[in-house]
Design a protein around this ligand. Sequence first.
Ligand code: PMV
Length: 315
Amino acid sequence: MKSIASAPGKIILFGEHFVVYGIKAILATIDKRVTVTSEKTNEPYISIISSLASEKIPTSSDLTEVNKAVKPFFYLATRAIKEYNHHGGINIKIESEIPSGVGLGSSSACCVAAAASIMGLFSKLNKEEILGLAIEAEKTIFKNTSGADCTVCTFGGIIIYDKETGFLNLESKPDLEFVIANSKMTHSTEKVVANVKKFKEKNPAKFSSLCNKVEELIKRVNLEIQRNEHIAIGKSMKENQEYLEIIGVSNEKLQNMISLANKTSFGSKLTGAGGGGCIIALVDKSNSHATIKELESEYHECFKTKIDFVGVQFA
Ligand code: PMV
């Protein structure tokens, strides 16, 4: 028997970096997915096949010996074997539509889909249970994960994340479409976050005033999103981008992409840590084609996406 589950990637619509300092952030899932297929075997191995790795690891191995890229899968598989007293191994296949390492939540989507698929060989878990396991799995590669990405990938839709008080799912389902363009510069979230910390320490008053501005922006944009006000949301994206530029997380390539996107879209900004990764541009039917055309001439990985309201799903 095969157990198949998929989970969506994500974008940060507003508030990245400032969220580290207690300001709310708004995240949404996209209609690009990771699909994980698991199958029980009688051999004592965990086999993991993806476009990034192909490994066959004895079930008796210690997690610390396992290659980082496959740790979450090995963790979940050995946990399932133990919990459900399975005498054998598990084959795991990962297929992804989400580019990795560019802030689109591919690793969280992998953890969520893998938790659902692997545990699904033994028992159908609910979304809360899947999320708990996915966060544990993600911690094997990213110790300090806030859990925000796994949460949005599990439940789908739009969430407002607050470091202190947790997550709130936005009830409304606005009809938002984005063009995502990939700079193909992979970024280290840790490094960019560390640089922002330095900026904050050097410019405490400036940083504090920016935090206040982003806080106001998030309050306003929350209403704009619920009312589906494309022009206002686009303007807010441009404003958020300005603040991200001031703290130094944008770069020449991202600026160029944003200028191209702003010619035709409602507004655009980088998404995630910056220093590379992707930009998002808000579009609708009237300007999506022109925006893709504008960006595609220079940046080949460029695609249209909608918000996913499904989250993790069994096939
Ligand atoms: O690029 P990503 O998806 O890893 O996003 C990082 C978001 C930050 O706000 C920069 C860091 C964080 O932990 O929230």
